[in-house]
Design a protein around this ligand. Structure first.
Ligand code: IVH
Length: 680
């Protein structure tokens, strides 16, 4: 058939899209292709050619649009449709038994579970509006994450459009899923990275998460990512009644669902599943770190509810960490960005669950002494869910002569300044001139939660310091592309890109600037608190210890650390210079009377339309959502409200009528009469 076929190009494009979508589904989701790769490519090329000659026929969910997007400057931060909670977890049987007891006590003995592999990847929210993928948001802090929609679109097993053949699609469907990288693919990717002299990923989870966070979707497209969907986060309409029917619905919508999920009646069956899957753990094509147990009945879930951290209706039973024995070759002191000198163990490489481990952090000199670990010893290493392995203990080797105990050097291995012990730790006091600390500070300033300078990672920071291009942190802002191009690994494009990224960081959020300074004790959260409390860098800098303690989360010890750091002359000089180059912007002021409220609208209103009401609420800082949960602050019920009203009643969420809505809009929550006052 050609363009001149009946119905013309538009119809043909529609046919091609439908066929390609169907065959992609069979290939990537069902693993049961019905046509050859060649035939698929042929259809694909035909569609692409058709769209090229008739650009008006391109639809956003066309199979050709998986890698259409331009690189982004930054990811947008977006609030989740409903909070993406964590899981309560343990590697012991007892907490699992207590979980089961709690469920039986709350719901009676007539309960059932679904058990699923706990996939060790990156958690993501997928939102489908009218069946079309409209956004994908990383888990972030659970409330909001980064919109990585264009990157997710490049994953072939993610349908851009849900199937409707077997099941109707609701107007809004928010899903929770895990992005994974299969172990084989992970190893191949690392091999490719090493070939190009790039740092490999520590494990498949990091590789998946790192691949999602690429600003250029073409890079993500080249990474072998996959997805499993396991939960409905929010739905407009009636949710399936159980987890089993949820998984079935997800499958019918054409989404990949893990085939190992199954029902379990009690703890015995849960343990049997765990034993079975743990035995096959090393043969599975993807990494898992345990199993997840979920109440099957969705209505029962609402009854047991959730904490701010995790739902009470689910439990993660984790695998014990993997352990292995190897030989410790060297202990090397390493200077971190804050001047702490950490002993690092270099070991004979050993495989720990698909990941090769050759280094471990020994924390401090007392830890080395306490465990009596020496170079040449046989040691047991463990890798918990974490990336960083631990040296657990040394293994006795009777009759084998050991090396003398390891001692921390007296001088900094990076700048030869005399080291200072502080408690069990050891510090290099040469804060800004020690090359190791300088490189660490530069890297920190450019890191994701600080100025977020793309291209300024560990390697580059080290290179800049090693090559003598930067001798002080503020010199970063004087870097020229021509200088960079003389360094190994830089070409014209990468050099100008880095200079441009540094330039772009001259205006930034106040919290990022504060965090980027690397003040002891000031992490991302404290930096945010400081920014919204002081609103200007100068006000923060002038604050004394007492004033600092007025800030949420700051106690006397932290206040002292902060002021002591900022008054040091070498710190003050660097801060002055950075401040002269960077313009930190204060956070938005709290004029939002409804900030922090989550509101659901249902039914018709008299004085305005629902969408108008939504806009007005949002303008005052409220979050308007489409489904009712325990997190919902108010449900506004107008004429003929839907099931959302029932759900609000079940969950005990406060319900407002139209008058209540108007009061909220004009005077904030304080303008609502309290239940007491309203009582006759
Ligand atoms: S359910 C509110 N099911 O584990 C309950 N989570 O440690 C939502 N995970 O962030 C979680 N496989 O990314 C669930 N089959 C599965 C899972 C799973 C992996 C992850 C998820 C979550 C983390 C919690």
């Amino acid at each position: 058939m050609s363009e001149s076929s009946p119905g013309g190009p538009e119809r043909r494009a529609r046919e091609l899209r439908r066929a390609l979508r169907h065959h992609s589904y069979l290939y990537y989701v069902r693993n049961r292709p019905e046509i050859s790769d060649e035939r698929f490519d042929e259809l694909f090329r035909e569609l692409r050619a058709l769209e090229a000659s008739h650009p008006e026929l391109v639809t956003p969910d066309s199979p050709t649009q998986r890698v259409g997007a331009e690189p982004l400057d930054a990811f947008e931060t977006i609030e989740h449709t409903a909070p993406m909670l964590s899981l309560d977890s343990s590697a012991d049987v007892e907490p699992l038994e207590r979980f089961d007891e709690r469920m039986r006590k709350a719901l009676g003995d007539d309960i059932g579970y679904v058990v699923e592999p706990k996939l060790d990847g990156a958690s993501i929210e997928l939102v489908y509006e009218s069946g079309r993928l409209s956004r994908a948001v990383t888990r972030g802090d659970g409330m909001r994450g980064e919109a990585v929609t264009e990157n997710i679109r490049t994953i072939h097993s993610v349908p851009l459009r849900l199937r409707t053949a077997d099941r109707e699609v609701p107007p809004l469907l928010a899903l929770r899923a895990e992005i994974i990288m299969r172990v084989d693919d992970f190893e191949a990717l690392n091999a490719r990275l090493l070939e190009r002299d790039r740092a490999p990923f520590a494990n498949p989870r990091n590789a998946a998460a790192g691949s999602l966070r690429q600003l250029d979707p073409r890079i993500t497209a080249a990474r072998p990512l996959d997805i499993y969907v396991y939960d409905i986060l929010a739905i407009d309409g009636r949710p399936p009644p159980t987890q089993q029917t949820t998984l079935e619905a997800l499958r019918e919508w054409g989404l990949p669902v893990n085939e190992r999920c199954r029902p379990a009646a009690d703890v015995e069956e849960i343990l049997a599943f765990q034993a079975e899957i743990e035995e096959r753990r090393d043969d599975l094509e993807y990494e898992i770190d345990g199993i997840v147990i979920k109440l099957d009945d969705i209505a029962a879930r609402d009854e047991v509810g959730e904490t701010s951290h995790h739902p009470r209706w689910a439990f993660a039973f984790k695998f014990p960490p993997r352990k292995e024995v190897t030989r410790l070759l060297h202990i090397v002191p390493s200077v971190g960005r804050t001047g702490v000198v950490t002993p690092i163990a270099f070991m004979r490489p050993v495989e720990l669950g698909g990941v090769t481990v050759s280094r471990a952090n020994l924390h401090n000199r007392e830890e080395v002494a306490r465990k009596d670990i020496r170079e040449g010893d046989r040691v047991r290493v463990q890798r918990a869910g974490d990336v960083i392995p631990q040296v657990l203990e040394r293994i006795e080797e009777p009759g084998r002569e050991r090396k003398p105990p390891w001692v921390m050097p007296a001088e900094c291995p990076s700048c030869a300044t005399v080291l200072e012990p502080r408690g069990p730790y050891t510090f290099c006091p040469n804060l800004f001139a020690c090359p190791a600390q300088l490189a660490g500070r530069i890297q920190h300033l450019g890191s994701r939660h600080a100025l977020d300078i793309e291209g300024l990672g560990e390697e580059t920071a080290n290179l800049l310091v090693r090559a003598g291009v930067i001798a002080r942190v503020p010199a970063l802002f004087e870097l020229e592309a021509a200088t960079l191009m003389e360094l190994e690994g830089f070409a014209e494009k990468s050099a100008t890109n880095l200079v441009r990224a540094i330039d772009a960081a001259r205006t930034t959020e106040l919290a990022r600037f504060i965090y980027g300074l690397g003040i002891p004790e000031v992490g991302v959260t404290v930096a945010r608190e400081l920014a919204s409390h002081f609103l200007s860098f100068e006000a923060f800098r002038e604050a004394d210890e007492e004033t600092l303690q007025n800030v949420d989360g700051i106690g006397p010890r932290m206040a002292e650390e902060i002021t002591a750091f900022l008054v040091r002359p070498e710190v003050a000089a660097v801060v002055d210079e950075l401040r002269a180059r960077i313009e930190p912007e204060p956070p938005p002021r709290a004029g939002d009377t409804l900030a922090g409220l989550r509101i659901v609208l249902t039914g018709g209103l008299e004085s305005m339309s629902r969408s108008e009401a939504g806009k007005k609420l949002e303008a005052l800082g409220a979050k308007v959502t489409s489904s009712v949960s325990k997190q919902t602050s108010y449900v506004v019920a107008g004429e003929n409200p839907g099931r959302k009203l029932e759900r609000a009643q079940t969950l005990g969420v406060e319900i407002l009528d139209e008058a209540g809505l108007l009061a909220l809009l004009s005077g904030g929550p304080g303008a609502l009469s309290t239940p007491d006052e309203a009582a006759p």
